[in-house]
Design a protein around this ligand. Structure first.
Ligand code: MN
Ligand code: MN
Length: 445
């Protein structure tokens, strides 16, 4: 028997009052988790449980795990990080279907160093801390009213999502035309590699945003800063280049600015006029009003907004899906044929199982966490909380692509599916044929 302490720590997945045991019983389906709960409760017949298990590949492995779950095997008399285990019940007590050891699928911005300067702060989740993420890295940044992220450029493309407040951005095209615009919560920007840009917090309370770069090892410490270049160029050369006397060159900053406070800017119209108006206006739109875009797909379980180079033309190398899942809902079983997935969790609580050839691993996710799914690895995301899950799926790709398991099964001859699954034509017919993206489900009590 488990001790009271162990029982209290059981995740919902295997707790007697867990998520969808009732639903599984109603449907007459006995998932492996159902087997686990029933045998744990001692309410199911051994023959029923063993019949269900025998039909599964790796039945012995799962039977062993199940046995371990019921005896003293899960006990841990040694040290443990209780707050971390409480955040990750599905990792601490994995679903019986998990197996093997796959590369990490989870990290959190809240574990990283925050670089704080007058005017704001930044932190980042890169390949350094999430080694399998070779294609994308993420940075968060806060700028108070008027404060700048200094003029700079870098070798990766930059995609951004506004998490809070208001921001003004500038970006120069190589042909000399210039882009200036203001963004609000929920909007996007995109700056191609090498294009110089600036960011500034606007009223009433500045801004906070997520940046995503199409290089896993990208770091904010690897950007090229205006101030850094100026103070590493001989003053006589600067004087010649800028056409300014030595007295003016002496005024240039003698340290990196990076993030620094300043007065709030003039109005957008005034700033546009100040740089030369329509004559020098960029023919390209580097911002996207995601905050006013209609969902790409909506069900009673949630919705998704997809933005890639087809809708946001400058976003050539980074594609995104913003997913909302209502309590109990499921981002359906799927994979992405063209890219790995880098997730940013904006709100809510959920779990994801990543299935790959070397294993299957379930992790829990909360706001400010990062999820990672290798290219073509199968996965789902289930809302396990009482509020909406909102997260970003990010891809180093020009177009968003996914393959839905349901869609696949329903677009094959029923005899073919029956031969693979033992499901008869009636059962197969009940599987949604449409790619629903988010499937509604019952929230937990
Ligand atoms: Mn940048
Ligand atoms: Mn996905």
């Amino acid at each position: 028997m488990k001790t009271a302490k162990e029982d209290a720590r059981l995740p919902d997945a295997i707790r007697p009052d867990g998520d969808n045991l009732a639903t599984e019983q109603q449907n007459g389906k006995l998932g492996t988790e159902g087997v686990s709960r029933r045998t744990f409760l001692g309410v199911s017949s051994a023959s029923l449980a063993s019949a269900a298990l025998a039909s599964l590949a790796g039945a012995q492995e799962r039977a062993d795990t199940e046995k371990a779950e019921q005896d003293h095997s899960f006990s841990n008399p040694g040290p443990e990080n209780q707050p971390l285990l409480d955040e990750n019940p599905n990792s601490n007590f994995p679903p019986l279907t998990d197996h093997g050891n796959i590369t990490p699928t989870w990290y959190s911005f809240d574990l990283t160093h925050k670089r704080v300067q007058p005017g704001g702060w930044t932190n980042e989740v890169t390949q350094k801390v999430l080694p399998p993420s070779k294609d994308l890295a993420g940075v968060r940044m806060r700028l108070t009213v008027g404060s700048f992220r200094e003029l700079h450029w870098h070798e990766a493309d930059e995609w951004a999502y506004m998490l809070y407040g208001n921001c003004r951005v500038t970006c120069l095209n190589p042909d000399g035309t210039v882009f200036i615009n203001d963004l609000t919560k929920g909007d996007l920007w995109y700056f191609p590699a090498g294009y110089p840009h600036s960011l500034q917090g606007l009223g009433p309370d500045g801004t906070e945003f997520l940046l995503v770069f199409d290089e896993g090892m990208f770091s904010e410490d690897t950007t090229l800063l205006l101030s850094d270049w100026l103070r590493h160029t001989p003053p006589s050369v600067l004087s010649k280049n800028l056409g300014l006397p030595a007295s003016a060159i002496k005024k240039l900053p003698n340290k990196d600015l990076y993030i620094f406070p300043a007065d709030p800017p003039a109005s957008l119209a005034q700033d546009k006029a100040a740089v030369g108006g329509r004559q020098v206006e960029s023919p390209y739109q580097y911002t996207f009003k995601l905050s006013t875009m209609a969902p790409t797909k909506q069900t009673s379980g949630g919705e998704v907004h997809i933005v890639d180079s087809r809708t946001f033309t400058v976003s050539k190398n980074i594609a995104m899906a913003l997913v909302t899942i209502k309590p109990g809902g499921l981002r359906e079983l799927h994979w992405h044929p063209n890219a790995s997935e880098w997730q940013y969790w904006i709100a809510g609580k959920g779990r994801m199982t990543v299935f790959n050839s070397d294993g299957a691993h379930t992790m829990d996710f909360n706001a400010n966490d990062v999820g990672y799914v290798p290219k073509v690895a199968g996965h789902y995301i289930e809302n396990t909380g009482k509020t909406d899950v909102v997260f970003l799926e990010m891809f180093a790709a020009s177009e968003y692509q996914d393959v839905s398991l349901n869609n696949w099964i329903r677009h094959l001859p029923p005899e073919l599916v029956e031969a693979h699954t033992n499901l008869d034509a009636d059962a197969i017919d009940k599987i949604p044929a449409e790619k629903l993206v988010v499937i509604p489900g019952q929230p937990r009590p």
